[in-house]
Write a protein that binds this ligand. Sequence first.
Ligand code: DGP
Length: 114
Amino acid sequence: MKDCIFCKIANKEIPSKIIYEDDTIVVFQDIEPQAPVHVLIIPKQHISSLNDIDEDKAGIISHIFTQIPDLAKELGVHESGYRVVVNCGADGGQSVGHLHYHLLGGRSLTWPPG
Ligand code: DGP
């Protein structure tokens, strides 16, 4: 989608530190890391938020989750633990309107979130 920063990252129109990519998803370092490990997992297809997930997109969502254990291994947090977060909408803290999953780890993460 035109003017979507994460579409531009997926299309390599703007640079990012990509750590994994396949036909469906791109995984790259968050520009404002909140933990020693902080990557974003995005579908290449533009999906604005969790609110836009439906049965047609179930395959993409399933693919994202099936990649997470291997990503966690590659990032060195598979054993120590990690958190996967999706912010949705204003109150959820979503600042980029392209569905993304934060994968955070490398330190003890507080709960509940603020
Ligand atoms: P959220 O608040 O859930 O919408 O998270 C958006 C995240 O995206 C935030 O942690 C910062 C990150 N981010 C925003 N713009 C860029 C960018 O241009 N490049 C990268 N690598 N990350 C970005």
